[in-house]
Design a protein around this ligand. Structure first.
Ligand code: PHB
Length: 588
């Protein structure tokens, strides 16, 4: 362990009480107390109350893991039921929340708010690839974190965690003192930052305000963190020896902004004591982490200025639509306020009031009040140029952590349910797999009650890809020549098995954009499918409607079902595009 240089120590703790040089006696366990909620500052008079309430609803839903009953929301927010109803209805109309029976559920579209912050920040886009490569090189998890007041928040995760320990999500907030990046960020804290940190620790000694970490059983001494901060300043790295939970260890190095020299984010290598002790992690992996960080800093130095993204035109949707269509209960001021966050993005990180008004189409006065509200809530802060506003990492508290784990079947299911309800047939999602004996489809989501096949299709069922409409649309998307066709299924009288015919068929499917199987897999079964594409245009899955052949002719199927099916695929793709911008959406 390196000795502490007092000069570094006092520099590091920047006005805090000098770091002690003697060992700190172990702290006595303190009996758990009820958390003392920090007193909420009074909102400025110009703040938009419905916006404050809407944000509270989103934050309570996020803390609850993404789902809360409406009465649970009423309790968690302290709002009247009628207010909760109006807010959830408005968020529902915006596609940010879904109402599922009595539950409000966060919807993937909400990730566009966190995406606006991450795109404006640019670090995930510039450094994420380096973090992923390092995780591959070391075969350990690598993460990037930014400072969020006296906490740290993850902006990128390349997770390799095998077992037994927590795995943090993008947007999770951790108390700085229980992490490896914390002391590095604290080297830049002002006296006011240290005071805020001490006040928080006194008010919440068990970290109840940080739902992502297990509550602290034995509060630590403030001096521990002050000493770790001093060491971080002297060493240029910091570690976490099981501060969050037993077994979890991390070593961290700051990534500095080439212009200001300040810490832009911290890169962490995270492991488990079954593979590395904290000391061993530092001895064996710190140098490679440092090398990766220096590559990251090179990229920050040489990155061309961002291409300003096109400002979104989402607002028109709310102002243009009549109150009648949106519903009497629609809270326009909430919808307008939320639109302000989407004005930010790549190349649009610091916006003036005029920029925001222009981007959103809002009146200046409306945009101004929304920005005042966000500043009050800690979601925006003045930029380097004090006439500008920037988003803070806290924007990620609006749904990002639970939504960043959404899978494609979870994205698709509500859309399949809508489709199935409209066409009164069952609808499914499937992916392409290969078990070794040729391409197969595997059902990953399914909605509907009618059973038209003799085989009972459930999630997990596999079928030969080339005999199904679902399989064919995905095979048709694969770059030519099409993959091996695999073993034929038990053929029904009309099963196409001739490879040349199938190749021609796939070419046609590729041009027409859908596949229709007519009693091929099974007599009496007709199925029509379209691909589901990711942001890059690759068909990652397919959706279909399957029906009894007696219910509709082939022509009726194309005329009536195909447009509905396409609309469903479009909605799934829109959600997938938002959800997949900064996270990987598991296809199954
Ligand atoms: C993580 O990325 O999971 C992580 C990073 C730093 C820590 C703990 C966990 O100190």
């Amino acid at each position: 362990m390196n000795a502490v240089d007092p000069a570094d120590a006092s520099r590091a703790s920047a006005g805090a009480s000098p770091a002690p040089t003697e060992p700190v006696p172990p702290t006595k366990p303190v009996p758990p107390t009820k958390p003392v909620p920090p007193t909420e500052p009074v909102p400025p008079t110009e703040a938009v109350t419905p916006l404050i309430r809407g944000i509270a609803v989103l934050q309570r839903l996020t803390e609850a893991g993404g789902t809360l009953s409406l009465s649970g929301l009423e309790r968690a927010t302290g709002l009247a039921r009628s207010t909760v109803d109006r807010i959830t209805l408005t968020l529902g109309r915006m596609g940010y929340v879904r109402l599922d029976g009595r539950d409000a559920v966060l919807a993937p579209r909400l990730m566009e708010l966190g995406n606006a912050y991450l795109a404006a920040l640019r670090l995930p886009a510039l450094l994420g690839g380096h973090a992923d490569a390092l995780a591959d090189e070391l075969d350990e998890s690598v993460s990037l974190a930014v400072t969020d007041r006296d906490g740290i928040r993850f902006i990128h995760q390349a997770t390799r965690r095998r077992a037994m320990s927590l795995s943090f999500r993008i947007g999770d907030l951790l108390p700085a003192e229980r992490t490896a990046p914390g002391p590095l960020f604290a080297t830049e804290w002002t006296e006011a930052d240290w005071q805020r940190w001490r006040a928080r620790r006194a008010a919440d000694p068990h970290d109840h305000a940080f739902p992502a970490v297990p509550p602290r059983e034995h509060p630590s001494a403030d001096a521990d963190f002050e000493r770790r901060t001093a060491r971080a300043a002297a060493n240029g790295w910091a570690s976490d020896d099981q501060l969050i939970e037993p077994g979890l260890v991390a070593v961290s190095v700051p990534v500095r902004d080439p212009r200001s020299g300040r810490i832009a984010c911290v890169a962490n290598v995270v492991s488990h004591t079954s593979r590395h002790t904290a000391a061993d992690l530092r001895d064996t992996l710190l140098e490679r982490l440092r090398a990766a960080v220096s590559r990251m800093e090179d990229d920050l130095r040489t990155a061309p200025p961002p291409e300003p993204a096109r400002a979104p035109s989402a607002l028109a949707a709310w102002t243009g639509a009549s109150k009648q269509r949106l519903g009497r209960e629609f809270v326009e001021s909430l919808a307008r306020g939320l639109t302000v966050l989407t004005a930010f993005g790549e190349g649009r990180s610091a916006l003036t009031l005029t920029d925001v008004a222009k981007a959103t189409g809002l009146a200046r006065a409306t945009a101004r009040r929304a920005l005042i509200t966000y500043a009050h809530l800690g979601l925006v802060t003045p930029g380097d140029d004090p006439r500008t506003f920037t988003l803070t990492p806290r924007v990620l508290s609006l749904g990002f952590p639970p939504l960043s784990r959404t899978t494609l079947p979870e994205i698709a299911t509500p859309h399949l349910a809508e489709l199935s309800a409209r066409v009164h047939e069952s609808a499914s999602l499937a992916v392409l797999t290969d078990s070794g004996s040729g391409p197969e489809i595997q059902y990953t989501a399914r909605v509907g009650t009618t059973r038209v096949m003799s085989v009972n299709i459930t999630v997990g069922t596999r079928l030969p890809a080339y005999a199904t409409s679902l399989g064919r649309v995905m095979l048709a998307d694969a770059p030519p020549p099409p993959p091996a066709l695999g073993t034929p299924p038990p053929p029904a009288p009309r099963t196409v098995t001739d490879p040349q015919t199938l190749t021609r068929l796939l070419a046609r499917i590729r041009t027409q954009g859908y596949a229709l199987t007519d009693e091929e897999l099974e007599e009496g079964l007709r199925s029509i499918a379209v691909p589901v594409r990711d942001r890059t245009g690759h068909a990652v899955a397919a959706v279909n409607v399957a029906m009894h052949a007696a219910r509709r002719t082939v022509e009726e199927c194309v005329r009536d079902i195909l447009p509905e099916l396409r609309r469903t695929a479009d909605r799934i793709e829109a959600d997938l595009s938002v959800a997949g911008r900064f996270t990987r959406v598991p296809p199954s």
